[in-house]
Write a protein that binds this ligand. Structure first.
Ligand code: 0RA
Length: 647
């Protein structure tokens, strides 16, 4: 948090208002706690926490939609970077709260953990990343106002840093109902109040997929951009979106939604011809990246159902390998979304579902439904079975040829690859590795680096496109094997261990041209498919070599963008200046490379985050999949922004 600030209670004291009742003391203590330690409530006070404020407000409207009373939500980023969220639900009640002696609206907005739920009919989203309550947003807002339309009237209350500026007032009449929340994130709390349209768009799209039929409109008044998300098909449309540019084995995703013991289970499944699993799970609209009981139940049922079908129809020949879980997930794209009244979240990031009863519920529903759909759609069942059997066969073939095991031990105990110039320090926390395109740039990097803590691994040419190859082929690729060995993490479901990473930062350094961008994407795709945790732990970076060197006489400066080049040129006074455009890293000598791109004191690194794994997956498919059209569209649309590629 920036600077000193007085607490709510101190402010009130200064104003000479010492006549608290029990309720307002609770309010002030709550707000004070939130403002003292915002990170405890919203994760951090960086971009992530800032965007979280919007999610929190939208979540309340989503709850109203899940309860069946809201059909449309509008989210607006205003020119001054305030946020406005409008829904057409019943409107937050404004009448007196029975015990708190103030309006229900004020209780929701100012009391910590008051939540929005007076009726327990709807699902309460709690724990995890969301569900801290809109009062937290209010406390972290420079100003906020809420306008409720209900019972023929429009009611408004305003707040400053969480404290109400007066009672709820009736300010007009209306025919419809709904809630509008309008707030400005507090610059005393957030160092930068800059919303990213794409990040909000990803989450709104995801929420629209997860809440079938709900319309979510996102408007950015800063640049006059507008997107509208509404999916009648729900998860079915989600899976189609994820598979959009892949070759699918059958046209319509297998889709079902059922309720059992109060748990609502919705699942969509579609296989494609790749070799990777692409599965997203949600509990009460929260992405459970650590999985949990719902995922376990689903996996067990999927393998069992496919195995049953294969056995029943005598699809395996004598001597064929039996199908194991891994086989049934090759080329699988699926989304699981469940709604549980009282979820228990566990795990490091509180995104792992713990409720033990859920495993059996999801398993039973999946078993029942898959048996049914396999009976009714033999062609779908056949295609899935063939894919899975082929996965089992190649796994078996690989084992027989001792290929995989040999490679695995080779990878596990291998000496470091010859082309790796390792650093002399061994403590991973202080070390970093540069993955460099080409041997010549690799040579400059080796000479220019600080060899105590910087390792260099040059990769030759284009590495294998892992989107189109099976794991055994991937492991036989020399460049990829060198990469895995250098990193030290191992690979594959049973041997990848991110804690074994030998470096604190993994930095990709490629030329600033189309080839460089392609190689960078290949490397990122490999990490995304096989080492996703490295993104989650914030280990992956992209080096930013300069695009230009601007020189006049003895002074020189480096420019990292066209604008910067212009600025420097103006500053130098445009006469007698030389501008050199760097096409490749190889054009810089070791000393220049160090100064511009590798020296921690002066370099800029771009940390690659996966804010939204689903959107990133979609992007990688576009970039690396078979379909040429969307890739060309993407590159044309984004070519100018590639330097800021923040997937
Ligand atoms: C509980 C009860 C009622 C409405 C809401 C919650 C509600 C909360 C929010 C938060 C954002 N938008 C919202 N819309 C509705 C109404 C109960 C009734 O009318 O009987």
């Amino acid at each position: 948090m920036k600077g000193e600030h007085t607490t709510a209670i101190e402010d009130e004291k200064k104003n000479g208002q010492n006549n608290y009742d029990a309720a307002s003391i609770t309010v002030l203590k709550g707000l004070e706690a939130v403002r003292r330690r915002p990170a405890m409530y919203i994760g951090d006070v960086g971009p992530r926490g800032l965007h979280h404020l919007v999610y929190e407000v939208v979540d309340n409207s989503i709850d109203e939609a899940m309860a069946g009373f809201c059909t449309s939500i509008k989210v607006e980023i205003n020119q001054d970077s305030s946020i406005m969220v409008t829904d057409d639900g019943r409107g937050i009640p404004v009448d007196m709260h029975p015990t708190q002696k103030k309006s229900a609206l004020e209780v929701v907005m100012t009391m910590l953990h008051a939540g929005g739920k007076f009726d327990h009919a709807s699902y309460k989203v709690s724990g995890g990343l969301h569900g801290v309550g809109v009062s937290v947003v209010n406390a972290l807002a420079e100003w906020c106002w809420v306008e409720v339309s209900r019972d023929g009237g429009v009611y408004r209350q305003e707040y400053v840093r969480g404290i109400s500026k007066g009672d709820v007032k009736k300010v007009g009449l209306c025919k419809d109902t709904g809630t509008k929340t309008y707030f400005m994130a507090d610059k005393e709390v957030f160092s930068r109040v800059e919303y990213k349209f794409d990040i909000l768009a990803s989450r709104m799209r995801e929420l629209a997929f997860l809440n079938k039929g709900l319309k979510i409109i996102l408007i950015d008044h800063r640049v006059d951009k507008k997107l509208e998300f509404c999916y009648k098909g729900g998860l079915l449309a989600f899976v189609e979106y994820l598979n959009e540019n892949k070759n699918v084995l059958y046209n319509k995703p297998v889709y079902f939604q059922r309720e059992r013991e109060g748990v609502d289970v919705e699942i969509a499944i579609q296989y494609n011809d790749t070799y990777v699993e692409n599965l997203f799970t949600y509990v009460n609209n929260i992405n459970t990246i650590e999985g949990g009981t719902h995922l376990t139940g689903f996996r067990t049922a999927l393998t069992r159902s496919i195995n049953n079908y294969i056995t029943k129809n005598n699809l395996v020949k004598n001597g064929d390998a039996s199908v194991i879980g891994d086989d049934s997930r090759e080329g699988l794209t699926a989304v699981i979304s469940i709604k549980v009244p009282e979820p228990q979240f566990e795990g490091q990031t509180k995104t792992k579902l713990g409720n033990s009863e859920v495993k059996g519920i999801v398993e039973t529903i999946t078993n029942e439904y898959l048996a049914e759909i396999f009976e009714e759609n033999p062609s779908v069942a056949r295609k899935i079975s063939e894919k899975v059997i082929s996965a089992a066969r190649s796994r078996e073939a690989a084992r027989k040829a001792k290929e995989l095991t040999r490679r695995k031990t080779a990878l596990d105990n291998a000496a470091l690859p010859g082309k790796l110039a390792d650093c002399s320090m061994t403590d991973p926390e202080s070390c970093e590795i540069y993955i460099v395109e080409g041997d010549s740039a690799g040579g400059s990097a080796k000479q220019g680096r600080d060899r105590r803590y910087q390792a260099i691994l040059p990769l030759k040419g284009k590495i294998l496109n892992v989107e189109k190859a099976r794991i055994d082929k991937i492991l036989s690729n020399d460049e990829i094997r060198a990469l895995i060995t250098a990193l030290g993490t191992g690979i594959g479901a049973d041997s990848f261990d991110p804690t074994q990473l030998r470096y604190n930062k993994v930095i990709i350094m490629t030329d600033a041209d189309i080839d460089g961008a392609h190689i960078r994407t290949l490397i990122l795709t490999f990490f995304f498919r096989y080492m996703k945790e490295l993104f989650e732990q914030g280990r992956i970076y992209i080096a930013q070599p300069p695009l230009y060197r601007v020189q006049k006489g003895k002074s020189e400066q480096y420019a990292y963008s066209d604008e910067e080049r212009e600025r420097i040129a103006t500053q130098f006074g445009r006469e007698n200046i030389t501008i050199q455009r760097y096409k490749g890293l190889g054009e810089m000598n070791p000393e220049q490379l160090w100064r511009t791109t590798m020296d921690p004191e002066t370099r800029t690194l771009l940390q690659v985050s996966l804010e939204d794994a689903a959107a990133a997956d979609h992007l990688f498919t576009i970039l690396m999949g078979d379909a040429v059209e969307p890739r060309r569209d993407f590159i044309q649309e984004n070519a100018r922004y590639v330097r800021n590629l923040d997937v």
